[in-house]
Design a protein around this ligand. Sequence first.
Ligand code: ADP
Ligand code: MG
Length: 240
Amino acid sequence: MIDFHQVEKHYGQFHVLKTIDLHVQEGEVVVVVGPSGSGKSTMLRCINRLETITSGGLTVDNITVNDRKTDINKLRKEIGMVFQHFNLYPHKKVIDNITLAPIKVLGLSKVEAEEIAMSYLEKVGIAEKALAYPSQLSGGQQQRVAIARGLAMKPKIMLFDEPTSALDPEMVGEVLDVMRTLANEGMTMVIVTHEMGFAREVADRVIFMDQGQIVEEAEPEQFFASPREERTRTFLSRVL
Ligand code: ADP
Ligand code: MG
């Protein structure tokens, strides 16, 4: 579903991604961990072309991401993305935040889009907030709206970039619960997170990045119990 082949990326002189090879199967849940500045967000953002790669190959569902002929809107329709900061439109009600893209991009009628929006709000457990404004919601609720907004486009892939890092601790669990449900339903997911317990429980595979490289990848059990690389051990000793 996602295929990085020897991807390099530079920001000017700075070599931010170094020979990235990563293959994500349909239905797989890949969790990316690593120190701040290691290139995790950049790698994620390359997948929906929020960043462009310098060289190498990158395909998503057999679409060549960086081909000039690629329809970027078609690519992005397949990919939902949830950020640390929820990026909801503050002047729009929750339901209108969710129906905006399905109406504009997928061409759904308002009624159809609202029906879908309500079904996803139910799924993330906040249907009763449909008519509220984002500022009237807690951080955890806003993040669940952001997830519902992503799902309403019926993407094939969901990307999460530290979705719980900006939340008060008591709200982390409710967002992770929604993500766990999606994982169990077979959604293809790439998740950058510092929640190691969640990674261990939900990931099919854990990727450790450091200084722009994938240093190690393993199934969670092996990754946490007996990491192969010294850099991974050092990182885990700091965060666990
Ligand atoms: P992470 O998500 O692992 O913290 P990032 O992908 O955000 O790492 O950043 C990796 C490195 O690239 C950092 O050193 C960061 O300062 C740098 N960087 C990120 N975005 C840009 C940019 N737009 N221009 C220049 N440097 C950037
Ligand atoms: Mg980041």
